[in-house]
Structure formats: C-alpha cells, structure tokens
Design a protein around this ligand. Structure first.
Ligand SMILES: Nc1ncnc2c1ncn2[C@@H]1O[C@H](COP(=O)(O)OP(=O)(O)O)[C@@H](O)[C@H]1O
Ligand SMILES: [Mg+2]
Length: 268
C-alpha cells in the first residue's frame, strides 16, 4: 500500500532530544499552532507513549481509537489515525500508552526503522495537502526516535537553558550521524532552539553563549522565554497561542515559526 519512493510535498521535521522536560512537546504544539495560524496545513505526529501532545491539544484518550501505535505496528491507513484539533489547519496523529510496547513489537519487522517513513508516504495522506509534519519524539534515542529521524527531512532540537544542557547533545548528534549513514543520508539539522530561557539568569546567558559558540548558525535567533502561560496552556487543552495569544510565549513561538518558514523559503 505504501510506496517508500513516493516523495511527499510536506516538510517533515522531527522534534527530538533524549532528555525529558526540555520543551519538545511544547515546541511541537506551538510551532504547529503558529504555522497553522499562518495558513499552513500541519500534521502533528505524537510519537511519545505519554501522549502529552495529544492531551495538550484536547484529544481525550477515549477519542484516540486509532493511534500512532496502529500506524507503526498494525500498518493502519493514516487517514484512520489522523484527527482534527480545535485549531484550524492543525491535524493530529495521537498516541496512547500502547505505544510503549511498540519498540519491542516493531523490532521483529525487517522494515523496523522505516515504518513511520512509509506511513507518511501512503497515497491517502495527499488528501490533507500538508505543508508541514511535526513529529513529537519520546525522551529517548529508541527505535521510535530513529523512526522519526528516518521519516524526517530535518531534526529540530529544543535545548533547555540550564546547566548540562549541551552534554546530551553529542549523543543526539551521534544518532543523527548513524541515521544519515544508514537510512537517511539527507537528514539535516533544522536547528537548536533554546527553551525556558530567563534573561535575568546568568546560567541562561551562559548556555546561550556556549550554544552559539559551538553550534553557530544552527542555533535559532529566537529564544523561548520561561513563561507561566506556556506551562498553563496544556491544562486548558490549548496551545499557548490559543490560550493567551499575546503572551510572551505566544509571541516567541510565532517568531520561531517565522524563522523556520524563512529558512525554508516557503512563506505562503
Ligand atoms: N518556555 C516555557 N516556560 C515555562 N514552562 C515551560 C516552557 N516550555 C515547557 N514548559 C513546561 O515544562 C514542562 C516540560 O515541557 P515539555 O514540552 O513537556 O518537555 P518534553 O516534551 O521535552 O518532555 C511542561 O510542564 C511544560 O509545560
Ligand atoms: Mg514530551
């Protein structure tokens, strides 16, 4: 059913960092909302068994009848998995805790690293006319994250502005290099975004200057401030852009999305 050679029109971006709590899900949801606000058609793929992106977008687990688990393990048609959200233009392939066993179940499949790649290239995805697919990865470098990197054109890395932030990065870069050498030679690093940034805190400034010294232009100019509205939004089942549209967090995520669009040179 799927044809892995078929190109897809959408830019596919994996949001990855094996550390938990660094802002992957928040960044995925809010870049997704900001791109949708700009008129792009966006699919958010929840690849974390915790399903935080699905909950944060207000999809009750009862409504997650078909999920990314079915997509990867049962090779379900993607049109059965994709659900609308309350945000116009933002679609969701949800996850539930089922996904925690996917790693083991996918392992015996000889296409194990290509399951998401193939799923996102099924012909029935064309009906959505997607411009962007954003994949919210789990906090590990497991087979799920490898599937995201094999499926993607690029990897976007949220980096929490705290001590040791850069330490985990070499492991992540190593995984990206391995994926390039094996399955996806064209995989790019979209960029590194500093999250939970506090300009009054010396540590944030230090992490930023270390990141810019070491990674140069790979670091997005936009930094995401630590902002309480960002952390409140998921309990209202909304991106911060919907919850408090003029908050510092919303403004920052809009700027980040604009930077991303400029890098792709494909504003509408
Ligand atoms: N810029 C921010 N300001 C304040 N809180 C944030 C910010 N970004 C993320 N958070 C909060 O930090 C926690 C971890 O963020 P999350 O996006 O779930 O990380 P990850 O997906 O990497 O585990 C969540 O409670 C989230 O609401
Ligand atoms: Mg998460």
């Amino acid at each position: 059913m799927s044809d892995p050679t078929r190109p897809t029109g959408a830019k596919i971006i994996a949001v990855a960092n094996q550390k938990g709590g660094v802002g992957k899900t928040t960044t995925t949801i809010n870049i997704g909302a900001a791109l949708a606000e700009q008129g792009f058609n966006v699919l958010l793929v929840d690849l974390d068994p915790q399903g935080n992106a699905s909950t944060g977008l207000g999809l009750d687990s009862a409504k997650r009848d078909k999920t990314t688990y079915d997509l990867l393990v049962e090779e379900a048609p993607i049109s059965e998995v994709i659900k609308p959200t309350n945000i116009e233009g933002l679609l969701l392939a949800p996850a539930t805790t089922d996904l925690s066993s996917a790693d083991i179940e996918m392992f015996s499949n000889e296409k194990r690293s290509f399951l998401l790649h193939d799923a996102l290239r099924q012909p029935d995805i064309d009906q959505y006319e997607l411009d962007y697919v954003l994949i919210d990865c789990p906090p590990s470098l497991s087979l799920l994250t490898v599937n995201a990197m094999v499926a993607a054109h690029s990897v976007l890395v949220p980096l929490q502005s705290e001590f040791f932030a850069l330490e985990g990065l070499s492991q992540l870069m190593l995984t990206i290099r391995e994926v390039r050498q094996s399955a996806n030679p064209n995989l790019r690093i979209e960029g590194v975004v500093l999250t939970m940034y506090d300009k009054r805190n010396n540590l944030s400034l230090q992490v930023e200057s270390d990141a810019r010294d070491n990674l140069g232009d790979l670091v997005f100019k936009t930094v995401i401030p630590r902002n309480v509205r960002i952390s409140e939004a998921p309990s209202y089942a909304m991106p911060v852009l919907g919850y408090d549209t003029n908050s510092k967090g919303s403004v920052a995520y809009r700027k980040l999305a604009e930077e991303l669009i400029r890098r792709h040179g494909q504003a509408l």
